[in-house]
Design a protein around this ligand. Structure first.
Ligand code: HEC
Length: 96
């Protein structure tokens, strides 16, 4: 039983690893972990609803990277790497 469980965990890790290698960071997972406490797709929370956000991906990327002064929207440049920021911006664009 224990052994089966260990094999299942190992298989799950391998699965995740190879998926990350092929697809890059998972924007949806990053959003859920780092953004969803303030942002929802279709309603305003502390932050703007995703479907009400600016439609220009370059603007979205700038705000996520640098934050917006004087608001609760802080810079993520020290929390996410460039690939992760691109992935989460792609997720925003796909859900607008
Ligand atoms: C602590 C709450 C909080 C968290 C966490 C947060 N945001 Fe925000 N975000 C805000 C607020 C508040 C605004 C609105 C700022 C303003 O008044 O212009 C905002 C604005 C934005 C905007 C600009 C939208 C526009 O059209 O002006 C983007 C893009 C954005 N957030 C993306 C993200 C992403 C991606 C994450 C996760 C990596 C995230 N935010 C995490 C609070 C948050």
């Amino acid at each position: 039983m224990k052994k089966t469980f260990a094999i299942m965990i190992a298989a799950a890790c391998l699965g995740l690893g190879s998926q990350a290698a092929i697809a890059g960071p998972d924007g949806a997972a990053i959003f859920k972990k780092k953004c969803a406490m303030c942002h929802a797709i279709d309603r305003k929370k502390t932050g703007t609803a995703v479907n009400a956000m600016n439609k220009d991906a370059a603007v979205l990327k700038d705000v996520v990277t640098n934050g917006r002064d004087g608001t609760m929207m802080k810079s993520f440049s020290n929390k996410l790497n460039a690939e992760e920021i691109d992935a989460v911006v792609a997720y925003l664009v796909a859900n607008q």
